[in-house]
Design a protein around this ligand. Structure first.
Ligand SMILES: Nc1ncnc2c1ncn2[C@@H]1O[C@H](COP(=O)(O)OP(=O)(O)OP(=O)(O)O)[C@@H](O)[C@H]1O
Length: 246
């Protein structure tokens, strides 16, 4: 691992599930300290892509490197530098919030303090609540705290704010901005154009398992001859954005 390696390098990834071609050909690169958004309609292949980058799914084709590490060969080292928050957290439901946070902290040599993590995601009041008694948004916020417990250098956030109320969403954005100010590289899957515009340097637009555009938000808008990123998305993919639940 050298310092000149990009944070994330994904080359020509492909993955099918029993005949469904989820990812056909995806390449993307996240430079050190950069935040890249991944947008696309439901089923475009976003989660499958980030799961392959995180080493949670084996690509059928293509190559992934995270800070120069191979997610499969260098699994133990990768765990020390990569934080992953996925759409559905598979956590031990009977454990309390602090127990889960402390369990995750125990995996790392220099974890963030428990109090700081709970504070960042505003779960201090719920610290003694078991995971299965948290609301959906609280579970989501906890999964973000766990993803950053080990001070990762790269984070993958899959639908960071889906299901969060507007105030919680803004706090999550502030958390990502703080990570960025610490030099953390970010790959962020999102359905919210406002979110990627605010948080990301560049945005990859996925459609039917392929990257159809990868550029700064401003250049995507200009290239599509659109006036907003929402409009650019529709022009680039021919699809309406999935509406978030109110
Ligand atoms: N475990 C699985 N088994 C079978 N098919 C799957 C599985 N996971 C995803 N798929 C299919 O692969 C395709 C891509 O799914 P994926 O979850 O990667 O898309 P996505 O862009 O993240 O969608 P969303 O915005 O709805 O989260 C879809 O057609 C989906 O139905």
């Amino acid at each position: 691992m050298t310092s000149i390696e990009p944070a994330i390098l994904a080359e020509r990834l492909a993955k099918s599930y029993r005949g469904t071609r989820a990812v056909v050909d995806v390449s993307l690169r996240v430079e050190l300290g950069e935040a890249v958004g991944v947008v696309g309609a439901n089923g475009a292949g976003k989660t499958t892509t980030v799961e392959m980058i995180a080493g949670l799914r084996v690509p059928e084709r293509g190559r992934v490197r995270v800070l120069g590490l191979d997610p499969r060969r260098d699994r133990a080292r990768l765990r020390q530098v990569l934080g992953v928050q996925l759409q559905q957290a598979h956590l031990h439901h009977a454990l309390r919030v602090t127990e889960l946070v402390d369990l995750y902290r125990s995996f790392y040599p220099d974890p963030r303090p428990t109090g700081e993590l709970l504070d960042l995601v505003e779960l201090t009041e719920q610290r003694r609540t078991s995971f299965d008694k948290l609301s959906g948004g609280q579970q989501q916020r906890l999964s973000i705290a766990l993803a950053i417990a080990g001070r990762p250098r790269v984070v993958i956030l899959d639908e960071l704010t889906t299901g969060l109320d507007p105030a919680a969403r803004r706090r999550m954005w502030a958390t990502v901005e703080r990570l960025r100010s610490e030099g953390v590289s970010v790959l962020l899957v999102s359905h919210t154009m406002e979110e990627v515009e605010r948080l990301c340097d560049r945005v990859a637009v996925l459609d039917a398992g392929r990257v159809v555009a990868l550029d700064t938000p401003a250049d995507l808008v200009a290239r599509a001859g659109a006036s907003t990123l929402d409009d650019a998305f529709v022009a680039l993919t021919g699809r309406q954005l999935a509406k978030e639940p109110a």
